[in-house]
Design a protein around this ligand. Structure first.
Ligand code: ADP
Ligand code: MG
Length: 259
């Protein structure tokens, strides 16, 4: 193992706020569908929050709103004390503070694995090319795919591609990482290699929001579980309390189906 940590605090002049991501009365509609309903959620620096809930409850929309891939109708979202801007350079900068890993790996198919990781820092952060490549290689080593750097995404297994996607997000030195069902598209034997990388990140103090049905991960890595249903946060609890003693009928019903 190299000594380069996966999570590197971006140098920032502003004093660090303890509340890194704050959603205040966030509402969002898709036409008649009220997909996010009065969402209040605060994620502290270094906290790992697992979001679970039935399909269609708004989990992906919540992640996409935090990354400003979706607009919101009202309420506010702040990241490290700054409101999410509407557009322009400020938005690009803020979005770079939020790393996102999707269910589908979304790597650039015609770029090598190394380039997939190095391109963001070069193009968005203006990083020196050889420095970006050196850092990309170090990140690939850390997620265990350093020997795949010269290959193209399609030549890798799903688990390897998802680890490259994590390295690519980390290369931007985000303040918070969002994972939207990162293991749902993987063959079962590849799930653990991705969860292990996420566990390592969590141990290193990365602030993480993780949508997942992997209850083992939630129990061992989460500081808090947020249960969503029908566009609302129905329950928030410590993982052991949530899994062993859910309070709401919706959560009890959901857990009885997946456990
Ligand atoms: P989850 O991730 O919890 O499964 P989503 O956030 O993906 O839920 O979706 C919540 C609801 O919003 C679903 O009913 C979905 O069909 C709907 N939805 C999601 N994205 C769009 C969109 N771009 N336009 C219209 N409806 C959408
Ligand atoms: Mg989803």
């Amino acid at each position: 193992m190299s000594e380069v940590p996966l999570a590197k605090e971006a140098a920032d002049a502003a004093p660090p706020a303890e509340d890194l991501v704050v959603l205040d009365k966030v509402n969002k509609h898709f036409g008649a569908l009220h997909v996010l309903q009065d969402i209040n959620l605060t994620i502290k620096r270094g906290e790992v929050v697992v979001v679970i809930g039935p399909s269609g409850s708004g989990k992906s929309t919540l992640c996409r709103a935090i990354n400003r891939l979706e607009t919101i109708d009202d309420g506010s979202i702040t990241i490290d004390g700054r409101p999410l801007p509407e557009e322009g350079r400020e938005l690009a900068r803020l979005r770079a503070d939020v790393g996102m890993v999707f269910q589908s790996f979304n790597l650039f198919p015609h770029r090598t694995v190394l380039d997939n990781v190095a391109l963001g820092p070069i193009k968005v952060r203006g990083q020196d090319k050889s420095l970006a490549r050196t850092r990309a290689q170090a990140l690939l080593d850390r997620v265990g795919v350093g020997n795949q750097a010269g290959k193209y995404p399609a030549q890798l297994s799903g688990g390897q591609q998802q680890r490259v996607a994590i390295a690519r997000a980390l290369a931007m030195e985000p303040k918070v990482m969002l994972f939207d069902e990162p293991t749902s598209a993987l063959d079962p034997e590849m799930i653990n290699e991705v969860l292990e990388v996420m566990q390592q990140l969590a141990r290193e103090g990365m602030t993480m929001v993780v949508v997942t049905h992997e209850m083992g991960f939630a129990r061992s890595a989460a500081n808090r579980v947020v249960f969503m249903a029908d566009g609302r946060i129905v329950e928030e609890a410590d993982p052991h309390q949530f899994f062993d003693n859910p309070r709401s009928d919706r959560a009890k019903d959901f857990l009885s189906k997946i456990l």
